[in-house]
Design a protein around this ligand. Structure first.
Ligand code: NIG
Ligand code: FE
Length: 423
């Protein structure tokens, strides 16, 4: 099928202000106001009123449902083995989250076979598709040896172009436990030397991005600068885990190095917010991490009001945020971080694309990738308004349906965005 027309869309979010209302470019409604979209050769070819839909090879009546751009998950850690459910339970009994827990997953990941890692990745990607994610980023960072980091990125790069070298996740135990050597160097110094040397050389060919966990218990600002600069010299683009657990000055570094994204942004001062607002660095917020570590949420409202570009992502990982559900992250962002439903949707789609510096995804403007989600709901607001309910009807990527969800044609959503009963 080279072209398909989708008719009777109750709400079509394009994220293209020239096509519809507001920043999310929304069009549609009931009856004669319903929207339509045509996709051809995997791209958006036409957007307008359902009544004016041009002919296409096939026509699908979505019965008043909403269509939104596919979610762009710009921050995940999918290359791991095992889980840390016991650590989660301990936290819910009052234990604090620390960067040290990463080492548990490092041991499990090193012990896993390529097949086990691949299967785990496939399982998580299937979950992502079922939750409406059509583009995802994933990192290394649970191998922390030259071979294990290269292996993680090699396996990941068969599943996404958005791969990130995170050899600087934590200093692994075999280095952290070393004392100061006769040359005056600490184990951490030696590990940073390995990351910027042999490990980067092995990882670079499978990676698009370089990242550092710049925080208390991980890497300081000087180490992060050295690592990110080495990555850039090797042809990778920088992004950074910044201000999750504390504020050690990582935002200044992110802006100094023109990182595509500063991720977490939980502990920000006024200067950090001003810096982000005046930069090309996206503030990527990861509510799943604060939820699962029972930490205070970042203040999305302040960032947006200051003019910063904000993305929402899952941070899927076995330690701090074991979720692949973007709708869950959006619901938390709306409920507890001061975002409106429209802002949360924009951040989970166009914001994620900005954080990956992609213009082909995250919107449904003409020529964009035909990556979208048909919701079993009349509008995107329902994603936050109906928390915990799976409203993902179908997920399409590049013009093909990729998630085995379904829409029930007998079930129509023609009751309008505000719930009025008509036609
Ligand atoms: O983004 N902050 C660093 N990395 C992950 C957590 C990793 C883990 O606890 O295993 C994060 O939250
Ligand atoms: Fe992370």
């Amino acid at each position: 099928m080279s072209s398909a027309a989708f008719a009777n869309i109750g709400s079509l979010v394009t994220n293209d202000e020239s096509l519809g209302d507001g920043k999310i470019g929304e069009l549609g409604g009931t009856g004669a106001n319903a929207a339509g979209i045509v996709i051809e050769h995997g791209r958006v070819a036409w957007v307008g009123r359902s009544a004016d839909l041009p002919d296409a090879d096939s026509r699908i009546d979505v019965g008043g449902r909403a269509i939104i751009p596919g979610f762009v998950d710009s921050h995940a850690h999918l290359m791991f083995a095992g889980d840390r459910a016991a650590e989660f339970s301990a936290r819910m009994e009052g234990k604090a989250y620390t960067a040290g827990g990463i080492k548990t997953t490092v041991a499990a990941t090193r012990a896993a076979t390529d097949e086990e890692l691949t299967e785990n990745l496939r399982r998580l990607v299937a979950e992502m598709h079922a939750s409406g994610i059509t583009t995802f980023e994933t990192k290394s960072g649970y191998g922390l040896t030259v071979d294990d980091e290269a292996r993680a990125l090699r396996i990941s790069s068969a599943h996404t172009t958005e791969t990130t070298f995170l050899g600087a996740h934590v200093v692994p135990a075999e280095y952290a436990d070393r004392g100061v050597g006769s040359n005056g160097r600490t184990g951490a110094d030696d590990y940073v030397g390995l990351v910027v040397g042999e490990m980067l050389a092995g990882a670079a060919k499978h990676s698009k991005w370089i990242d550092v966990f710049c925080d208390r218990g991980a890497f300081d600002v000087d180490q992060a600068r050295e690592i990110l600069t080495a990555g850039v010299a090797a042809g990778l683009a920088p992004r950074i885990h910044a201000n999750q657990l504390s504020n050690i000055g990582a935002i200044e570094l992110a802006v100094e190095l023109d990182c595509a994204s500063a991720d977490h942004c939980t502990h920000l001062n006024d200067k950090d917010i001003e810096l982000l607002a005046g930069s090309n660095t996206v503030a990527t917020l990861l509510p799943g991490a604060e939820f699962s570590t029972r930490s205070p949420y970042p203040d999305a409202r302040r960032l947006i009001d200051a003019g910063a570009t904000v993305a929402l992502a899952t941070d899927c990982n076995p330690g701090s945020s074991y979720t692949t559900s973007m709708p869950f992250c959006m619901a938390v962002a709306v409920r507890d971080m001061g975002m409106t439903p429209a802002e949360a949707l924009w951040s989970a789609t166009a914001g994620g694309a900005a954080a990956l510096r992609r213009s082909d995804v995250g919107h449904l403007g003409l020529g964009a990738a035909a990556d979208f989600v048909i919701l079993n709901a009349p509008s995107h607001q329902h994603l936050a308004y109906r928390p915990g309910v799976n409203l993902i009807g179908q997920t399409w990527r590049g013009g093909k349906q990729i998630a085995p969800n379904h829409i029930d044609s007998a079930n129509h959503f023609g009751f309008g965005k505000q719930g009025h009963s008509n036609d």
